[in-house]
Design a protein. Sequence first.
Length: 453
Amino acid sequence: MSCLMVERCGEILFENPDQNAKCVCMLGDIRLRGQTGVPAERRGSYPFIDFRLLNNTTYSGEIGTKKKVKRLLSFQRYFHASRLLRGIIPQAPLHLLDEDYLGQARHMLSKVGMWDFDIFLFDRLTNGNSLVTLLCHLFNSHGLIHHFKLDMVTLHRFLVMVQEDYHSQNPYHNAVHAADVTQAMHCYLKEPKLASFLTPLDIMLGLLAAAAHDVDHPGVNQPFLIKTNHHLANLYQNMSVLENHHWRSTIGMLRESRLLAHLPKEMTQDIEQQLGSLILATDINRQNEFLTRLKAHLHNKDLRLEDAHDRHFMLQIALKCADICNPCRIWEMSKQWSERVCEEFYRQGELEQKFELEISPLCNQQKDSIPSIQIGFMSYIVEPLFREWAHFTGNSALSENMLGHLAHNKAQWKSLLPKQHRSRGSSGSGPDEDHAGQGTESEEQTAREGDSP
């Protein structure tokens, strides 16, 4: 038996790490205590889903289907699932597109392709439903609903599941972050160098992966899960633990909602695998791998976007860019994201201190300032990746705009550095990535260990 360093209703939870156990802990119930000025948006909870069980789930309408779904879910979640199976939406009545397209929210959606899109304002205008509303709009505007003959009610049901399964108590890894990444992905999919080659399947995969890439994120990082002997770390053998969980959870919701059940089995299997490849690409430990490959392609000029393999690789790069694009936003929004992710770092540090664990890099509020963390993140992670992205796009207007914001924001953080740090610079990492092939070995190691909680 292993002690999980989490609080569930005021208790420390003991969990059997047996990988074959069918009753497992839900990340959705993790609560991290800490002081924060960041308001909560929503609270979602999704169970751990064993992919081996998922592979035994069928799309047929036989009587046993509901029982199989029940075995995949926790008892707490089963009531919600049973209502979905009966076609009943929990909590709120189902609303279709027209109800979301009202007033200022509708006006904002007309400018969803603009880089200065304010996702925080949009989330307030949609009453905390930014991810659902945004995805419904994008699926409609890209013609995906018509092309794939998607049922609008089922699509909405799936998107509600995804949105609710982000944890609102996370300052950073919540549904608003997912909506922000999705809006950025939409902008990247419109880049002329890429857009003319994309198929409807490419677009749907890009948007779905962006929306679900951090679903059921516990608010702590992979090293924390490993050193607390969490069952997910044991299951995935300490390899891409969170990313594997995000992927499996997404597939579980796709199958539970039956969004793609009308498509050929071979096609749905391909979609599931490609979603996995995209989500797994956000693993911090693979940052150098992707950056090196991108540089080689651009140097050799051998990218052939007519080829599905090369298009998929660029979708992976686009998702990685979207995931860490906060420093490339206007200062007012970028600063909010920086404060949120650092608050999540500090919460993990407080939790580690409480349980007498070594405090992870960048998680000590007394030593790691927000400016120093962000300057290191921009220098060693964001700049190298976005400069190569700009190279790929031919220095498009959007790329130039993002690099301009990045330079301005970096200067702003430098001006806010504590005086003792200004003369010797700073090192560190930011929310989600490893390092970018620059800086000293120790700085790169800090970046690798200091991924987003």
